[in-house]
Structures are given as C-alpha cells and as structure tokens.
Design a protein around this ligand. Structure first.
Ligand SMILES: *Cc1c(COP(=O)(O)O)cnc(C)c1O
Length: 299
C-alpha cells in the first residue's frame, strides 16, 4: 500500500519577519510544506494522507474547475493510489482545449472530471471517500491543530508577550479550527479572518456546520467594499504586485489580496505582533495571473 512516504512534508514550516507599508509582520510560510501538497489544503488533508484506509479505492469531491482543494486532492489520491472523481458545473471549451493552472495539474494527476450532475445523483459506497467542497470537514481539525501547536511553540520560544493571527477564509475551516485548537490548548493567541467567499453571515454559517460553540469562533473583520469571489479587482492585483515586489513573496491571487487589504485596514486595532499565514494556492495563480494580465495589462 502506498502511503505518505510518497510525499515529503517539510514540517514545521518556518516563520519569517516581513515588513509591508512600514509595519512589521511575521509570516508563517505554509506554502513551503511541499511543492505539490501545501498550504491549508496540505494541513486539512494531512490526516487523510497518513491514515490507514484499506477499504478506500476512490475519492469524490466537487467544486469549481480551478479549485485549490481539487488540485490538492488529486495529489493526495495519486499518492495513495486512489481514483479521484471530481464534479464541477462546467468546464469551458477554452480550458478543455488548453488546460492551465489547477485544472491542468489535476488532469495530469489522473483526475476524472464529471460535469452537469446533481450532487444527490452521486452514488457513494464503502470504497469511496466523499469530501465536501473546499475540504470543509471535521477531519481537517487534526492537521490544523498541528499548525496551532507549531505556532504556539514558536510563540513561546520567541518570548513574545502578545500575538494575533490573520488569515483569509473561504469555507472558514482553517481559521475556525485554528482558533478552536488554540483556545482548547489554553493559548491567548487570537485569530482574525475575513470572508472571501460570501459575506460575514455566510462565513458564520460555515462555522456553524463544523462547531456549535461560538466562543471558539475567530473574530471576523471585513472591508466596507463588497468583493465577489473569483472576480478581478484592480486593487487586488496592485496589492499582490506590491507584496511581491516589496517583500519578495508570491501570495495567492484569490484570497490573499483581500486578506492583505483588510489586514492593512485593521492592523491598528490588533496586537503589536501579527502573524499572517501563507496558505498556499500558488498553482492556481497561473490561471488567475493570465486573467489579470489580460484585464489590466501590467507586469
Ligand atoms: C482554500 C484556501 C483558503 C481558504 O481556506 P478555508 O479553510 O476554506 O477557509 C485560503 N487561501 C488559500 C490560498 C486557499 O487555497
């Protein structure tokens, strides 16, 4: 049986100092966990990579045709010798003909794409592991708890007297389980997040699907302006370029631009020490960057 020896994970990930617009931050570089299995998807799916699941032969999931979770699951399935079946609404002709980004990488890993099926038509059996869109699953707690413990250990070694964490949310699974793990470990570190998919109410709804106790929820902060997930905004592109050029770090183009815009608006109300978590997603930048360059034509 194949197991996690086929993917080498570099844990714990380093924390580095960075400076942006005249303010210092710490950066947890979770995008460096491994080349193919990194960021928060690497954390969330870590327990599935390690666990003995002798009866499982395939993974089924669903979501968008450029999802970061889809790509990570294709890597996981390949490493475990499982089939990976992925349901998505639609694959545009252009993408079919010239695959790019997460879609191209998932195809190379042998992903079978199925379009236009309703979720309740999908048949599941004992040999199939079904994973919710974006990895919004209870099993993610184990891997995210490891992230929390890495941060807590680093925090006490550094002798810092206070710390807030900031990370942008999709399903909110990572932010929620991080805050929950820290509180349950007796830590005073607070987690702040901003919704990138949907609004504050949507994010609270996502939290509720995983955890009833509201005292374990992270603090939600948001921008005055509403942004739609996956749409292109000039200020997103600009802050992404500014981060790349001034800090030398490539962030993700779907979540991090909103993350940094909101963080720069709220940092004055947060602790003196702020840790930003780089949650990966670099593979997806290929398709996003092409779209941004077509729209705003600047390099
Ligand atoms: C998936 C993803 C997120 C959102 O993670 P959730 O746990 O769903 O909130 C944020 N950033 C990147 C780069 C991602 O790939």
């Amino acid at each position: 049986m194949k197991n996690d020896t086929s993917i080498e994970l570099h844990l714990p990930t380093p924390v580095e100092k960075m400076s942006f617009r005249g303010r210092d931050y710490f950066l947890k570089r979770d995008e460096l966990i491994s080349e193919d299995f990194s960021g928060n998807k690497g954390r969330k799916f870590h327990s599935i990579l390690k666990k003995e699941l002798p009866h499982i032969k395939r993974v089924i999931s669903y979501g968008s045709n450029q999802s970061n979770a889809m790509y990570s699951l294709s890597v996981l399935a390949k490493a475990r010798g499982w089939e990976f079946i992925y349901h998505t609404d639609h694959i545009p002709d252009l993408l079919r003909r010239t695959p790019v980004g997460n879609y191209a990488a998932a195809l190379r890993n042998g992903t079978q794409f199925i379009t236009g099926k309703k979720m309740d038509e999908i048949e599941l059996d004992d040999e199939t592991l079904f994973i919710e869109e974006g990895g919004r699953e209870l099993f993610a707690l184990e891997g995210v708890r490891e992230l929390a413990m890495e941060i807590e250990r680093w925090y006490s070694e550094e002798n810092l007297d206070e710390l807030d964490i900031f990370l942008p949310s999709g399903t909110g699974t990572t932010a929620l389980f991080l805050q929950k793990s820290l509180i349950e470990a007796g830590s005073a570190i607070r987690v702040y997040t901003t919704p990138c998919v949907g609004d504050r109410d949507y994010l609270l709804e996502q939290f509720r699907m995983l955890e009833e106790d509201r005292s374990l929820y992270p603090t939600i902060v948001d921008s005055a302006r509403k942004y739609h997930f996956g749409k292109l905004y000039r200020e997103f592109y600009e802050i992404w370029i500014e981060l790349r050029d001034s800090c030398g770090v490539e962030f993700d183009l779907l979540y991090d631009p909103k993350g940094w815009l909101v963080l720069t608006q709220y940092e004055r109300e947060m602790a003196k020490n702020i840790l930003y978590i780089h949650q990966g997603g670099i593979k997806g930048n290929e398709s996003m960057l092409a779209r941004y360059e077509r729209k705003f034509a600047r390099r």
